[in-house]
Design a protein around this ligand. Structure first.
Ligand code: 5AD
Ligand code: SF4
Length: 440
């Protein structure tokens, strides 16, 4: 038997890219590839890229440049670019960087085995189609390898919202939901391989409307079906749009014990003028009322969000409205970004904010968000939480896991195994994690 070929995948961007990278590794696993942690001994290098902000896209070109020496030493090395930069700039990548052999968009990666074979024969291959066939079904015959206790599962992909700043509707395409029976089969398979917690993924996950036995299902209905899967202990989902937060999903946060008290609900900005120009189709007030209803259903829920500062025509008063909204919500965690012009999106045509001003606003927003995050984390001290252990800690006998609220928790003198759930009393709060002790 010949030695297995080695595959190095580097993943950028969102959790869906992490999921996609796993699927690509499995697809190429069928062609005799095993994964390696180093590009130096790889026969194939795949960069799974992100196009959401300019910096993320630029990284790809600088990373590719670094492989020049490697490719000179190993002419058989194949280099591929996957993901959203591949989708948006496939031709451009091939032109700008001749060492790239293969470009594959997020909707075509089930075709990787054929593409790899062509690349091995010296062809340059590019596939950025949005094909009719279901890529998930094509990939379902994967090896039954044991897995860690947490996993992502894509249930919905693409977006029809067209926020004025965002490339997702162009790179990931129109919104599509996977049929429920396939998701349930995949969840069952993950549980059989050791998974205890599943995070359902979608760019607009709460707009899920996949086919079920009796017509289309909502995300809440899907969660209730997953609730019945024995051995699955925790369910999370991300990312949600405020306008798709339906009543049954809010209710499930109060009634479904497996659904974790954590919700990532991006608002992007606090000024109605800016929200309108962003084409968000909600106001600051409607978002705040929504948060109120969610907290009424599940008072201890941890709210997370995304923010953009320096969106075209944002004034100091508009930015102040974002700070006011943050003060009112009190976020447990948040991601904030300086607006980045994306070619082809409507906001790219609008008058831009002075970058220095935008930097200053980002710093002020991040200072506030960091303070809130710290307060919410500190408020866990003295409380009892459930921890799912994910790995051994740095010290002998120490284990690390995540609480229901997604805080990292370190537990000393811990006789539990990876994949175990245990009640833990939180004793202290550090820079980025909590420490606690097992409750007998
Ligand atoms: N510039 C800055 N941030 C952006 N995001 C999306 N597009 C842009 C952009 N052009 C942010 C949004 C989104 C998150 C995934 O990335 O906050 O929710
Ligand atoms: Fe992008 Fe999210 Fe808006 Fe869709 S809803 S366009 S993914 S920011």
């Amino acid at each position: 038997m010949s030695a297995p070929k080695k595959l190095f995948i580097k993943t950028y961007g969102c959790q869906m890219n992490v999921y996609d990278s796993e699927r690509m590794a499995e697809a190429l696993g069928g062609e005799g590839y095993v994964e390696t942690k180093s590009p130096d001994d790889a026969d194939m290098i795949l960069l799974n890229t992100c196009h959401i902000r300019e910096k993320a896209a630029e990284k790809v070109y600088s990373e590719l440049g670094r492989f020049k020496g490697l490719k000179a030493e190993k002419p058989d090395l194949k280099i591929g670019v996957a993901g959203c930069v591949a989708q948006a700039e496939g031709q451009e990548i091939m032109r700008r960087q001749p060492l790239v052999d293969l470009v594959v968009g997020p909707q075509s990666y089930h075709r990787l085995p054929e593409m790899e074979a062509k690349a091995r024969e010296g062809e340059k291959v590019l596939d950025t189609d949005f094909p009719e066939e279901d890529k998930f079904e094509k990939l379902k015959n994967r090896p039954k390898a044991k897995r860690g206790p947490t996993a992502f599962l894509t249930v919905q992909e693409g977006c029809d919202k067209f926020c004025a700043f965002c490339v997702v509707p162009y790179t990931r395409g129109a919104e599509v939901s996977r049929p429920a029976d396939r998701i349930l089969r995949e969840a069952q398979d993950l549980v059989e391989r050791g998974v205890r917690e599943i995070t359902l993924l979608g760019q607009n996950v709460n707009a899920y409307h996949g086919a079920g036995a009796n017509g289309d299902m909502t995300l809440a209905q899907l969660i209730w079906e997953l609730d019945k899967v024995d051995g699955l202990e925790r369910i999370r989902f991300t990312t949600s749009h405020p306008n798709d937060m339906q009543d049954d999903l809010i209710e499930a946060h109060g009634t479904c014990a497996k659904l974790m008290p954590y919700l990532h609900l991006p608002v992007q900005a606090g000024s109605d003028k800016i929200l309108k120009r962003m084409n968000r189709a909600h106001t600051a007030e409607s978002y705040l009322r929504l948060i109120e209803r969610i907290r009424a259903a599940r008072p201890d829920i941890l709210i997370s969000g995304d923010f953009i500062v320096g969106f075209p025509e944002e004034t100091e008063a508009d930015f102040q409205a974002t700070l006011d909204l943050v003060e009112e919500v009190k976020y447990g965690t948040a991601y904030s970004f300086k607006y980045s012009t994306r070619p082809g999106t409507p906001a790219a045509e609008r008058p831009q904010v002075d970058p220095k001003e935008a930097d200053d606003r980002l710093q002020r927003l991040q200072a506030l968000l960091t303070k809130q995050q710290r307060e919410v984390q500190d408020s866990m001290v003295g409380r009892d939480v459930t921890v799912l252990f994910e790995k051994a800690g740095r010290f002998p006998g120490q284990m690390v896991g995540k609480s229901d609220y997604l805080h990292a928790v370190h537990v000393a003198d811990c006789d539990r195994a990876i994949g175990d759930l245990a009640r833990v009393r939180i004793l202290s709060s550090g820079a980025n994690s909590l420490a606690g002790a097992l409750i007998d």
